[in-house]
Ligand binder design. Sequence first.
Ligand code: MRU
Length: 353
Amino acid sequence: MRVNAQHFRTIWPDPRCKFVEIIDQTRLPFAFETVRLASLEQMAHSIKAMQVRGAPLIGVAAAYGMALATLHDDSDEYLLQAGQELISTRPTAVNLRWAVQRMQAHLLALQPNQRNFAAWKEAARIAEEDVTQNKSIGQHGLKLIHQAYQNKTFNILTHCNAGWLATVDYGTALAPVYASHDAGLDVHVWVGETRPRNQGASLTAWELAQHGVPHTVITDNAGGHLMQQGCVDMVLLGADRVTRNGDVCNKIGTYLKALAAFDNHIPFYVAVPSPTIDWGITSVSEIEIEERHSDEVAYMQGLAGADTLQQVRVIPAESQAANPAFDVTPARLVTGIITERGVYAPQQLLQLI
Ligand code: MRU
């Protein structure tokens, strides 16, 4: 997608397969910086520190992390250990575990001296698949928006960042938005700020602005009110894990949006590529909800003056904070799941197996 009119992906390998480059998302929207990662440890750190984030992107980052691991050691033992290190960085998005296991299955079937070359190729394949899947989600979502469109501004409410920054390119929930905008439809996006890390306010708003899509940042708590006022035509967001029953685990606050959408008869769609569907889960209690550091709640980061990034404390020094990063929206509140293969009601999802 575009950054200052130039095309970028969020992650790309060095052509000589010695390192990987990423866009450092902890610096956006105030600075656009890329970072070079040359080892498994550096990749694991970038996932943990959320320099790369978003379920599909951390899957691809982990795949490249395995490729970086083969630069150091290509034994079975080391690649199993490397996979564990990557999987432990962030527990909720299933794409990460899926990508590591796919890389391990592919590499361990080969002779050790073939693994380095094969690892870079397989990671690149996973990255390309992500781009193709998201493009296709964009087209299916466009049809959906087109059907509901009434020649006036179509208002979509989204949460967190499920745009191109959360994937290799195009995004999941924002892919239909970009496709609709590019097709000439008048779409406008309500962007929930997404406390505590503000992925909506800082990342979604930034990428929509880069692409010229009309949007308005709102506080997380404004969503329900806007729905009651008739200002939202569709809720459209991504997911970190969808169960075979169609329950949706996504950024904390998604469940409240779903409840408000249900109460106001507003369609609630979730856009996911197939690696985000966890066929092995029967109960949402099996999903580990990431508990992040309480400082993310206690402090906020912003621009002070022209160019100084600053953290300020927003809760009393003597108060504790808790920071569950994801929640689960039951399938009964979900209108449909947009995948690369089409749009499915949650109870139809099993047709995809
Ligand atoms: O904690 P993050 O920023 O990695 O969380 C991201 C989300 O919750 C996204 O909505 C989800 O990963 C879908 S991304 C296409």
